[in-house]
Write a protein that binds this ligand. Sequence first.
Ligand code: HEC
Length: 269
Amino acid sequence: MRALAVIAIASVALAGAPIAASAQDEVEAPHQNWSFAGIFGTFDRGSLQRGFQIYNEVCSNCHSMKLLHYRDLGPNGPGGGIGFSDAEVAAIAAQKQVEDGPNDQGEMFRRPGKPQDTFVSPFPNVEAARAANGGAAPPDLSVIVKARGRGLEYLWGEGGPDYVYGILTGFEDKPPTGFQLTQGKYYNNIFPGHQISMPPPLADNTVKFQDGTKATLSQEAHDAATFLTWAAEPNMEDRKQTGAKAILFLLAMTGVLYGAKRRVWKDLH
Ligand code: HEC
């Protein structure tokens, strides 16, 4: 009996709900075509830069990304950055105010950001973040794409990236009839339990893209999710290339070894 229960639990776990969801809450996020999906998938630099613009102008008002440095966006960043030059990175960092110190007087002071600084957090601590957001602290977004996916799915563009896209586009003005929405919460089709403390952050034309791309809600959500996937796995492209090379090598080696085996054993045939 106990073994059966374990098998039942294991199979439910393998069938898999996103980490935060209970089985009956689960709603599949709509599947998107991601440039980085598949063995030869690569990050679309334009999409990454637009996604960063969205994070920088919108999401960073509430969400930290503590694992990133401004220099990561530049040519020497992991995976070659997101296509910004060193000068562009310096300009982005310089727009931020960073706390530094203490100075000779023992006081902390603020100064413009530098490329080596970590992304500035919107709140000094999690209590402040919670207090400003109706009791729910906005999670750090550095690795949210991995945290909300299953296993290595994100390598194929499913799971985490689809989930983030789904959250950003899944808000409804009104909950379905009969649904009791707690005050201060918002109805979201994808979020487990459907009540989220994040007000809809994006709509058509929330940002004006510097490269002239039309800023529809769907485009913004797509680009934001692309940027967050890069943030969580900036070396994805290298990793896939290494994997493809390893497989080619193994195939070639199989041929060589098969040939050698036939030679060595030819007298016995
Ligand atoms: C006004 C503040 C605010 C803004 C702006 C904001 N968020 Fe949030 N976000 C929150 C809060 C609060 C939560 C926690 C929600 C909860 O647990 O109910 C959250 C949760 C999330 C989650 C996690 C859902 C989960 O599974 O836990 C994601 C992903 C997310 N936000 C992405 C974004 C992105 C991308 C942007 C920018 C386009 C953004 N947010 C802008 C406040 C904000």
